[in-house]
Design a protein around this ligand. Structure first.
Ligand code: RIB
Ligand code: CA
Length: 327
């Protein structure tokens, strides 16, 4: 089993990541940590508790950073609505928050488990992860894997150059990509073109019936209005769940090695993930900066096995509905 901490900003697609993490036998969800992003951290935390309650699960939820390391908080209310998770009925929490800050929950969990057994899965801005590294650098060598939703090697979604999770806290993303661990980046190039809630998937979910099926369909019905409208994405993009799916079955994605740098200073490109692919003419050093040797240690996801992805989502809803008597 893959032991994971899911760091998220629920958020419609975050809710599907929680679904897969909670309902697939390959994942041991040690906890959920929340961060400001799709909405403020008060609402993303309330939403995380509501999603767990709707799924009938009880895992530690720890509240995290209220804003980026530097600069003003950037939210995605125009995409996710006033609650941060508009659409489904959000039940009142059935359990209390963990008393620790998310950063302390991450450090405590990684440091109390055997080395190389806990993976971090940030699918919102990476503020909590960066703060955890700064507070306890030893987690870098102790973590098993870091697999992030964020970035893009083609174009962004909040600026032409930058994807939201990176743009909302570029300094935190820079800390995460510079740290001495190997990051797997699942970016927009894959998620908004391949990880889509197609009509066929929605029909399969509808056929399950029950409250979780309704909850997920209500999520997709709302997000289709903003993903389709504002972002011209053909069907709701299930960005964050791709990270959990890749931990459940690594063969669900194909990937390439790359050197990844986060642009911090560009007037028009701040928050861009500059991806220098090893096999696509990988530049061995950045022009004029021979000292800045590139290092193709990170991994960028390129393709997703959509049928397998859909099966995972359907099976997760079926399993939860059956075992939690939520029919
Ligand atoms: O750009 C997409 C990412 O930003 C997803 O994680 C979504 O939930 C938002 O956080
Ligand atoms: Ca997210």
């Amino acid at each position: 089993m893959e032991k994971i901490i899911l760091d998220c900003d629920p958020g419609h697609d975050d809710a599907i990541a929680i679904l897969l993490a909670a309902a697939n036998p390959a994942i041991d969800l040690l906890g959920i940590t929340t961060v400001s992003g799709n909405h403020n951290v008060d609402k993303t935390t309330r939403n995380a508790l509501a999603v767990c309650t709707a799924y009938g699960i009880n895992v530690p939820v720890a509240k995290g950073a209220r804003g980026p390391l530097i600069g003003e908080q950037i939210l995605a209310v125009e995409i996710h609505g006033e609650t941060g998770l508009d659409g489904p009925v959000l039940p009142p929490a059935s359990f209390e928050l963990d008393s620790r800050h998310a950063v302390d929950f991450i450090i405590d969990t990684v440091m109390t488990h055997e080395p190389k057994t806990v993976s971090l899965v940030p699918v919102g801005p990476y503020t909590n992860i960066a703060l955890a590294i700064r507070k306890e650098p030893r987690i870098i060598e102790r973590v098993k894997r870091v697999i992030v939703m964020g970035g893009a090697y083609t174009r962004g979604n909040i600026t032409p150059a930058a994807e939201f999770n990176i743009y909302a806290d570029p300094e935190a993303a820079d800390v995460v990509f510079r740290a001495d661990w190997d990051v797997t980046m699942i970016g927009l190039d894959l998620t908004q073109t391949q990880a889509l809630a197609t009509p066929d998937l929605q029909d399969r979910v509808r056929a399950i019936g029950g409250s979780i099926s309704t909850f997920i369909l209500d999520i997709w019905e709302f997000i289709a209005t903003t993903h389709g409208g504002l972002l011209q994405i053909k069907y709701p993009a299930i960005h964050d769940a791709c990270c959990v799916a890749a931990l459940i079955d690594p063969t669900i994605i194909t990937s390439e090695k790359a050197d990844i740098r986060v642009e911090l200073a560009g007037r028009w490109s701040r928050g861009m993930t500059v991806c220098n692919f090893e096999k696509m003419g990988g530049m061995r050093h950045y022009a004029g900066t021979a000292a800045e040797q590139v290092d193709f240690r990170h991994t960028v996801a390129m393709t997703l096995d959509h049928p397998k992805f859909c099966d995972m989502i359907v099976e997760a809803i079926e399993w939860l509905s059956r075992t939690k008597n939520l029919n």
